[in-house]
Ligand binder design. Sequence first.
Ligand code: N01
Length: 545
Amino acid sequence: MSVPVADPQADTSTIPSSADAVIVGAGFSGMYLLHKLRTMGLSAVVIEAGTDVGGTWYWNRYPGARVDVESLSYSYSFDPEMEQSFEWQERYPTQPEILKYAQHVADRFDLRKDIVFRTRVTAAHYDEDNRTWQVRTEHGDAVSARFLIMATGCLSSSKHPEIPGLDTFKGATFHTAHWPHEGVDFTGLRVGLIGTGSSGVQSIPVIAQQAADLTVFQRTPAYSLPARNRKLRPDEIAAMKGDYRTYRQAQKESGFGVPVPPPTKSALEVSEEERNATYEQAWESGSLVNLLSAYVDVAVDQEANDTAKRFVHRKIHELVPDPQTAADLCPDYPVGTKRPCLDTNYYETYNRPNVHLVNLQREPLVEVTEKGVRTAAREYEFDAIVYATGFDAMTGSLTNVDIRGRDATSLKETWTAGPRTYLGIGSSGFPNLFMITGPGSPSVLSNMMVSIEQHVDWVCDAIEHLQRQGFATIEPTRQAQDEWVDHVNLIASYTLYPKANSWYMGANVPGKPRVFMPYAGGVGEYRKKCDQIAAKGYEGFVLTP
Ligand code: N01
């Protein structure tokens, strides 16, 4: 597995022995937190494993990596001047363009001087006597802080497949989430790729163009829509920039953090012609939200969802003439219950003579060998293997750190039956610990930039409240947390989400409890709840003097 090389532009700050806040992670959450806490007059240090800012966009450099939310929407709103001056090039920006944006923000606010790079936080223990967090790093450094803020991202703890023999392969191996900074040239190579989530769906068409031969091992097919990516037109940029505040407000009030007209009809009350025309529009629009929000019941009613499923299956059969390959590419779980993908030429790629699909449901994967991959049917020989096998999502990056709260209670042990948080922001027993877009918040079901800004603003307001009112700590009550977890589960139970073996449910990690982790009530509703709680003096939290 290759290791990222150092970025020359990154500073090499040293860790202070104490700060008001320790922020773990220099992605979009950590960067905004640092900026905001500084403007509040607090001292903060960010500790980051990578060699520069960007978080998920620093690590995920695989070919074809793009965001599936439009650039003018997937950007910070807190600085209107920056909003106006940054020039996005494409509708769905590439990883290099998003990383450039993150670096631009770091430069603009001189963030790197308070970020310690190349350093992983290993432990954070709460010292009850001094009411501080004692944070330790892999290099043996220690820093104490009043506040510990985990800005570690929902999809940052990458996952290798549980296949015997992973280390025996003699060729090159790559994981999409740790792609070499210098890129990989697959020209002339026989490549095997395991995994068909978003990372696989985006990288397969690009690798297929380069490799001599590409074999894709698919355990579960994805629902994918064509992105219809293109260069942004000056007129649409001008239109957005001319009225950005209205758009930003609409984002905050929307369901997914991407404003669309709310659906009014059931998929079952309209004619098949009307329904197909609506789905066709969504398919043509290149926007996932348009498909998921086409009718009021697509996400909650099996029969309604089946209409969308049939539509996508038909599209796959139109795009892939070989009937067996097309059938293998058709998912059987409800649309939207695993994270759908946005692609460029994904299905069409299977029409290339150098691309082969192996359906692991018919031909289970047995082991990785010296020469390649063995399934129940045969051995496939490769020069390189790409693992697009995803993440220990939402909880992995939190439980990988040895976090211990009051009475040395371990966060990991407390969460053995599933994450327990209040609002996805705090957890009972862990005073002054905040999570940005943690489990129990809309996070991965939304435009992450909208959810990140909302959490950072809320957390910073809470800290300011403590400062102003002379409180030392804030911590959710057990009762408020239990009620919130019940509420998150209840909302999920109204939807079809629990019907799929998704990473939302922890189903991709053997032994992980099956719990629907994000909050499915929508970002607008969620924001209202958070604001009401704050307005009531942080109801459900204990504030101690
Ligand atoms: O990971 P995934 P990802 N044997 O978990 C398969 C975001 N993202 O990195 O479904 C065989 O979705 C696994 O199979 P199964 C986005 O939120 C966004 O692709 O578990 N196969 C699956 O097919 C996304 O959802 C963007 O049965 C194995 C694949 O590997 C999330 O990140 C781009 C296996 C993993 O898919 C994660 O996406 C990229 C095994 N042992 C990512 N283990 C955009 O913005 C796993 N698999 C566009």
